[in-house]
Design a protein around this ligand. Structure first.
Ligand SMILES: *Cc1c(COP(=O)(O)O)cnc(C)c1O
Length: 460
């Protein structure tokens, strides 16, 4: 591999990162422009690699979103800490297959260490098992596969061997405000979505414990309950201690989708909000959201490691599986061969330390409150949620049209980017602060852009 090729790629990447804070945050090119810039007929003989990297970096540029930058507030999308990006570059260069110990002892050991640190940061049972998956969706899927194993094993059924046909029915209890990836996981697991029993959520999007109690009273047999730490719109956290007590009275498996909210466990200021989280049986989290490591990186944690392993593992003669202390990463995830995504997580946590993680989370929450304070100052603006984490819901002129038009204008204007949602039946702008590099000045600049857009929409 020629150094000049890698130098070229490095130069383009570094230039992108340098310009990132000042880029137009949204996409600039249309699909047609991007196709025109990138499409060539498939050639017979290929092209010079440097010319390809040059063409790719130039051709993609206007279709790149500055979501790694400081003023992207759409969805819940973290940036990349420089140290995590650097470790990710090494991960690509090393090209390890993180499937089994034998294919990368280093990846295995680093995942073991990252497991220990994560359980410490989240203050979850230190004996829990941890798998490194592609994202929150696969973390939910893996945790719920372990749950399916656990509750059916207790009912005398081996779902891995016998499948679901003829199995005792499992009651699937979710919050009315569950993330769609919970529903999707139920599909993948063969449960389907029709059978989901939805428990009411309150005005912040928290599962109502009293409704859960009522619901569980009527159910017999295996039960899985899905709670949430961090509603994707409001950031609200379900009353986890109460939910855990209610679920465990009925021997239910309690899963907590904490894709971003679980990071609240790593900070003194948010710990009370997530009180009781440690009582659950499984947890889903994203590292590519709030830990700010590059895609794709999710984390699944399961209290009963035997259920976790039983749901994911398989064996084959050729594998050279270890029987001792060495970790075979594939036993904890749906993938077999895969990227060594433990390296960036390890690097991020090691560089930040306990206090660094805490300030990353606290600073995002402070910036979210700053948004609410500045915007909420204007009588035309309503802040729709209690800003308990990093999410803010904003509505303008109490009007769906005005709110949607402001969002569209902000996206076009390019100072910042945020998206829309529907909250309690009304259109709302959603702001998510999840990036290590967002400063108070970025929030001021973004609020000014939002108010300029509101003025312009009001004059239309
Ligand atoms: C983002 C999110 C997910 C899905 O995570 P991906 O990494 O996008 O797969 C699931 N649940 C919640 C609450 C989320 O915020």
């Amino acid at each position: 591999m020629s150094n000049s090729l890698l130098d070229l790629a490095y130069g383009r990447a570094a230039a992108f990162l340098r310009e990132l804070p000042e880029r137009h945050v949204g996409a600039q090119g249309t699909r047609d422009e991007l196709v025109a810039a990138l499409h060539t007929p498939l050639s017979d003989d290929g092209e010079d690699p440097a010319a390809v990297i040059d063409a790719l970096s130039r051709g993609a540029d206007r279709g790149l979103i500055a979501c790694a930058g400081p003023r992207y507030f759409g969805f819940v999308i973290g940036g990349s800490l420089p140290v995590a990006l650097a470790a990710d570059w090494l991960t690509s260069a090393w090209d390890q297959n993180a499937g089994i110990y034998a294919t990368s002892p280093a990846a295995s050991v680093v995942e073991d260490i990252a497991r220990e640190w994560l359980l410490d940061l989240f203050d979850l049972p230190r004996t829990a098992s941890v798998g490194f998956v592609t994202g929150g969706q696969m973390a939910n899927f893996t945790a719920l596969a372990a749950a399916r194993h656990g509750v059916l094993r207790n009912a005398g059924w081996n779902v891995e061997e016998d499948g679901l046909a003829g199995a005792p029915p499992v009651h699937l209890v979710v919050s009315a405000a569950s993330h769609i990836t919970i529903h999707f996981s139920m599909r993948l697991l063969g449960f389907g979505t029709r059978a989901l029993i939805k428990v009411d959520a309150d005005e912040q999007g928290r599962m109502r414990a009293d409704s859960l109690r009522e619901t569980l009273r009527t159910l017999d047999g295996p039960i899985i309950v899905c709670a949430q730490a961090g509603n994707v719109n409001s950031g609200a956290v379900d009353p986890l201690r109460e939910i855990a007590e209610i679920a465990h009275e009925r021997n239910a498996w309690l899963h907590v989708d904490g894709a971003f909210g679980l990071w609240g466990r790593a900070t003194e200021s948010k710990r009370a909000l997530l009180d009781g989280c440690e009582l659950a049986d499984s947890w889903a989290n994203d590292a590519h959201k709030w830990l700010n490591v590059p895609y794709d990186s999710g984390i699944v944690i399961v209290r009963d490691s035997a259920s976790h392993r039983a749901a994911m593992t398989l064996s084959a003669e050729y594998l050279q599986q270890t029987t001792g202390v060495e970790r075979d990463n594939f036993e904890w995830v749906p993938d077999f061969s895969r990227r060594a995504r433990g390296f960036p997580i390890y690097a991020a946590i090691r560089a930040l330390g306990r206090r660094g993680v805490e300030s990353l989370i606290d600073a995002s929450c402070d910036r979210a409150r700053q948004f609410a304070e500045i915007l909420g100052h204007d009588p035309r603006v309503a802040i729709l949620n209690d800003v308990v984490l990093n999410q803010v819901l904003v509505r303008f002129n109490n009007s769906d049209d005005v709110t949607r038009n402001v969002i569209a204008r902000v996206q076009q204007e390019g100072t910042c980017w945020l998206g829309g949602t529907t909250w309690q039946g009304n259109a709302a702008m959603r702001i998510s602060v999840s990036n290590w590099s967002t400063t108070p000045e970025d929030v001021e600049k973004s609020c000014a852009a939002i108010m300029r857009c509101l003025d312009a929409v009001s004059q239309d």
